[in-house]
Design a protein around this ligand. Sequence first.
Ligand SMILES: [Cu+2]
Length: 168
Amino acid sequence: MNSQNKTIVITAVVTAVLILVGIFVLMPILGPRFMHPMMMERMHGGGSGTSANDLNTETTRMTNNGAFIVSFKSELDPITIGSMHSWILHVETADGQPVEGATILVDGGMPDHGHGLPTSPQVTQDMGGGDYLVEGLRFQMGGWWEVKFNISADGVEDNVTFNIILGG
Ligand SMILES: [Cu+2]
């Protein structure tokens, strides 16, 4: 190998090393933009599990401690933004017996926005057969809403949260 070739090889190697070092140095700055969308999703959803895509939006759910199975039917289906409306909440025991005479409190809000419900929904009627009328629900913007019910019956208290995603 003559000295001219040696110079070319050394120049090529040095250039390659400089490019690699440059990529490493720039990685933390450029990295996130080139990451796979799936990874981004996992990063955002990780830990708190609050990514809208992995929310459970079922309208029948078991309460947190397994005491009741609760479902809701909205008077408005689909629910529209800004409309005052009612729900019928149905409460059963874990083994499917309707729960009558329960005391039910309503709460909720938008976790991503840090605000609560714009209204104070109330259970206004025990309709019998485990059905309860919830009046005064209104969602004033699109996005992820939580509607929470605290249910007490026969000395047992438990909570359930429904997730609602409204478009717009
Ligand atoms: Cu909001």
